[in-house]
Each structure stands twice: as structure tokens, then as C-alpha cells.
Design a protein around this ligand. Structure first.
Ligand code: BGC
Length: 511
């Protein structure tokens, strides 16, 4: 069915059955999930890990020749934009205290550690003309120590912290980013690829594009929704695929690693099972995961058809002579299609969804183009973060959706986690972790090709615009003490018992 017709039909039916609002909604239970399927144990080769990101933990923002990133500049110029007026200048000081992080990693007995490399630390000018030897030595030390302790490094090449230098010519809105990223990627593969076998090109492009170039909530604070955010995703996709092809051509045969991308997405439910509800769920999934996943893991090497069509028709209605979302040409569809050895998924929460008539949001914008409206179930348990509700069923369902839509591509869950005030007795995090691991196991039992689970995060860290007011760590970080000790929370003990037993133990003695 054509999207337009679908929307009209959904509208009529919505009116007929009086589309309900959030108060009436009830759906998947909060923070609980029953076991499904035969196996109660994770497969032998299933890997458990934890994740962090450079700006959120390293500190040492200008040490040893590091260049500034957009997050350094932003937090220094606009402390008012950060909940507690803090910044990542020092954070967990992991640049100086990796030994302490390693103790925690060993205690947890993780199989792998996902961390990110700070681009402006290794290449302060963003290009390869200046290569910072001290930074290279630091990451070599991290990688070597992990391997000595049988912990596999999984490296994110870009986690929000663009070298500030690149804002001078428009950052991700300029396609020169493809070239810059290609040379950065080449440098990383050459320098660390003999030991790093799992590479994630970009972390959550949707988030840094929408917030950095759409609604201007984060750096580089460009407000151009429906245009610059789309350009950012377009250039990110092409930079990703270019780095992937480079790896395949130049490094894959000698290094034998895998390259993927991490995409964030929620799963979506409709409040009533009215006719057309599956279509609305599918539409919401395309506007979230599909935007970035479809070109890489789908059959066409291009954006989802619905999105291409909607934005073309909206652009025309707005009086433009071109579409704000240019579909990829044949050259790029061929490069993009299949440019991922695995799909990295960050899953935190879910939403209910319905069509909104008229469409909400600025004209133009992603909200307006999608015409979707999101709701929550008032019974869902909420974390410290306003956006984060505990809906483990959504993780099971999104994994099945990926299985069915992307030919059961291998999935690494690269992030999943819960925020609170930082208490050691973090029983809500234990409940969140337990129910989400159950979702993963249920999905595996149902044939989903998910092979890695990584919890966000190893330690409490700098939570972007929320500063240090929201904590996601399995380890508490004593910020005021001189040694910045990492102290295991209850959830760290629980996670270790999962990793040791490869099962989901009862949480009774942990909650
Ligand atoms: C990001 C992390 C962030 C976490 C919690 C993810 O979207 O990759 O950097 O700390 O969510 O908000």
C-alpha cells in the first residue's frame, strides 16, 4: 500500500474508534519478562561486555597535545547548557587511571570492552598531518592491557566528539567529512588493527545529527531541522561505507576483523490493535532504525521507500524545487549496500506511537515529515533520565524486527542501560539488567542472530547535557576523592554472576 493511502486509512479508522491518548494506553509490562524458548543458558560463544566513550570518561581534555573536540568547546562556552554546569575536562580521568578501569573490567569478567578513541586526541588537526605519539601510546597501552587480560577490545571510532577543527567548514553537513573520516579510519586500522578486530565506525548518527544540526540541543548547535540533520546522516552513511570498503580492500585479508556501525532505536507499539497499526509501527521503525540501517543492511542500498516518498512530497508542498532528502545514486547504493559485518544496536527504551493529524513539529523537520506522535504507558517505570522507561519487551521485539527485515544480520547490542542517582544499592538497575538479558535470551531462542551484549556503562560518567546528574555505571565513581575510586554497585555483582554462569540468575539476593 502507498504510504499516503495508508495514512488516510489510518486517520479514518482512528476517528472511528476515537484514537486514544496516553492515559488509556497499556501494553508491554514494565521491567518484567517471562522466559521463552528451550535454552536457559546463553550460547557458549555469546560475548558479554561493557561500554564507555572517550569524552565521557577520559578527562585530560588538553593534555599531551590533544586538540579540542566540539564537546570541549561547547561545554566551555556554554556551561549553562549542562545541567550541573560541569564538563568532561576531568571526568573519570581514565586517561590517567585506566589501571583502575582494568581492575573493574577484570572483576566483572567481561569478554570484551567497548571504548571509543578520541579523534582529536590522536589527530589534533583532524587530518593525518599531525599524529600525536603520546595519544597513540595511550591507546596502545589500553589495547595491550586488555588483550593481556583476555578482554577483547571493541573500538568505536567516533562517539559524538568531532574535532573542533572540522566545524570551520560545516562539520557533517559538508561532504568533505567523508574524506576526513576515510583518512582517520585508515590511520586507525593501520595503527591498531593488528590487535583490534571489532570496529564501530559511528555511534548513534541519528542522535548527533538531530541534536547537533536539527534542534540544536548539542554541538555544533546548528538549528536547521529537516535539512542539515538529513545532510549529516547522509554524509555519515557515506563516510561509514567508505571506511568499510577501505577496510575490506586494504586490511580485511591481513587483519581479519569486522566493521559495523551503531544505531540507536526504540521499538514502537500501537495503543489499540486497529487496522493499520502494523503499518504505523513499521513507519515508526523506518523513521528511527530504518533511516540508517536500511541503506546498509536492506536490499536497496537506499533509504526506506516511505521516507524518500514522504520527504519528496513534503518538499514539493513546501514549494521547493528539490527534495530535502536526496536518495543515493547508483554509485553510492552499491557502496552502501552490505557495508556492515554486524549491526550495532543501542537499545534503551520504547514508545507507543500513533499518527498525528495534522503533523506536528516545525516545517520542515523530522517530526513533521514523519507525522508520528509518541506516547508512553503511565505504568512504565522511569529512570532518572526523563526519556528512559523500562520496557524489556521492546528489546526482544526490535531484535525480531531486525531478524525479519535485514536477513537476520549479526547483531551486537552495543549499549543498554539505566540511570539513577548513583546509589551502590542499585536494585532498579539489577531489575533492568535482568529483564533485558531475558529479552536477549528470548530473542536468541527465537532464532535472532545476536552475539554480543554490552552494558552501558562500566563507570558513572559525564552524561552529556545532563553532566554528572544522571549515573549509568555498574561502578560508582567517587568524584570528590583524590583517587577517584571505582566502587562496585550491586548491579556489578549481578552482572558478574550472569557472566560466570552464562545464565540469568534470580535477582532475589540482589534486590
Ligand atoms: C550514548 C551514550 C549515553 C547513553 C545514555 C547513548 O545514547 O551513546 O553516550 O551516555 O546513551 O544517555
Amino acid at each position: 500500500m502507498q504510504p499516503e493511502m495508508g495514512q488516510q486509512l489510518a486517520l479514518v479508522l482512528c476517528l472511528l474508534i476515537a484514537c486514544v491518548d496516553s492515559q488509556y494506553i497499556s501494553g508491554p509490562e514494565s521491567c518484567q519478562l517471562q522466559h521463552k524458548g528451550n535454552n536457559t543458558k546463553f550460547p557458549k560463544e555469546f560475548a558479554f561486555g561493557v561500554a564507555t566513550a572517550a569524552y565521557q570518561i577520559e578527562g585530560a581534555w588538553n593534555a599531551d597535545g590533544k586538540g579540542p573536540s566540539i564537546w570541549d568547546t561547547y561545554t566551555h562556552i556554554h556551561p549553562d547548557r549542562i545541567a550541573d554546569h560541569s564538563n568532561g575536562d576531568n571526568a573519570a580521568e581514565s586517561y590517567y587511571r585506566f589501571a583502575q578501569d582494568l581492575v573493574a573490567l577484570k572483576e566483572l569478567k567481561v569478554d570484551f570492552y567497548r571504548f571509543s578513541i578520541s579523534w582529536s586526541r590522536v589527530l589534533p588537526r583532524a587530518d593525518t598531518t599531525v599524529q600525536n605519539q603520546k595519544a597513540i601510546a595511550y591507546y596502545n597501552m589500553v589495547i595491550n592491557k586488555l588483550l593481556e587480560n583476555n578482554i577483547e577490545p571493541m573500538v568505536t571510532m567516533y562517539h559524538y566528539d568531532m574535532p573542533d577543527e572540522l566545524t570551520k567548514f560545516g562539520g557533517f553537513t559538508n561532504e568533505i567529512m567523508i574524506k576526513y573520516f576515510r583518512y582517520y579510519a585508515d590511520f586507525l586500522f593501520k595503527t591498531f588493527g593488528d590487535r583490534v578486530k571489532k570496529w564501530i565506525t559511528f555511534n548513534e548518527p541519528f542522535d548527533y545529527c538531530m541534536q547537533g544540526y536539527g534542534n540544536a540541543e548539542s554541538p555544533p548547535i546548528v538549528h536547521a531541522p529537516g535539512v542539515a540533520d538529513y545532510l549529516c546522516m547522509d554524509n555519515t552513511l557515506r563516510a561509514h561505507a567508505t571506511a568499510y570498503r577501505l577496510y575490506k580492500a586494504k586490511y580485511a585479508s591481513s587483519q581479519g576483523g569486522k566493521v559495523g556501525i551503531t544505531i540507536s532505536s526504540r521499538f514502537y507499539y500501537t495503543s489499540t490493535k486497529y487496522f493499520g497499526s502494523d503499518e504505523v509501527v513499521d513507519r515508526a521503525m523506518q523513521y528511527a532504525l530504518g533511516w540508517l540501517a536500511h541503506p546498509i543492511y536492506g536490499a536497496s542500498g537506499n533509504y526506506p521507500y516511505t521516507i524518500i516518498e514522504d520527504i519528496l512530497s513534503n518538499s514539493v508542498k513546501e514549494g521547493l524545487a528539490w527534495t530535502r532528502l536526496r536518495p543515493f545514486n547508483k554509485y553510492w547504493t552499491e557502496i552502501l549496500k552490505g557495508s556492515g559485518d554486524f549491526l550495532g544496536l543501542n537499545y534503551y527504551t520504547s514508545r507507543f506511537v500513533k499518527m498525528s493529524y495534522p503533523a506536528e513539529g516545525e516545517i520542515p523537520s523530522w517530526e513533521h515529515d514523519s507525522g508520528l506522535k509518541y506516547l508512553i504507558d503511565k505504568n512504565w517505570k522511569r529512570a532518572k533520565s526523563k526519556w528512559l522507561y523500562c520496557v524489556p519487551q521492546g528489546l526482544e521485539d526490535i531484535l525480531k524486527w531486525i531478524r525479519d527485515n535485514y536477513n537476520n544480520v549479526e547483531v551486537y547490542i552495543t549499549e543498554n542501560g539505566w540511570s539513577d542517582d548513583g546509589a551502590l544499592n542499585d536494585t532498579d538497575r539489577v531489575t533492568y539488567l535482568k529483564s533485558h538479558l531475558q529479552a536477549v535470551l528470548n530473542a536468541i531462542n527465537d532464532g535472532c542472530n545476536v552475539t554480543h551484549y554490552s552494558h552501558w556503562s562500566l563507570i558513572d560518567n559525564f552524561e552529556w547535557n545532563m553532566g554528572f546528574t544522571e549515573k549509568f555505571g555498574l561502578y560508582y565513581l567517587n568524584m570528590t576523592s583524590e583517587n577517584k575510586e571505582r566502587v562496585a554497585k550491586k548491579s556489578a555483582h549481578y552482572y558478574r554472576s550472569v557472566i560466570e554462569s552464562r545464565k540469568i540468575p534470580s535477582s532475589d539476593k540482589f534486590v
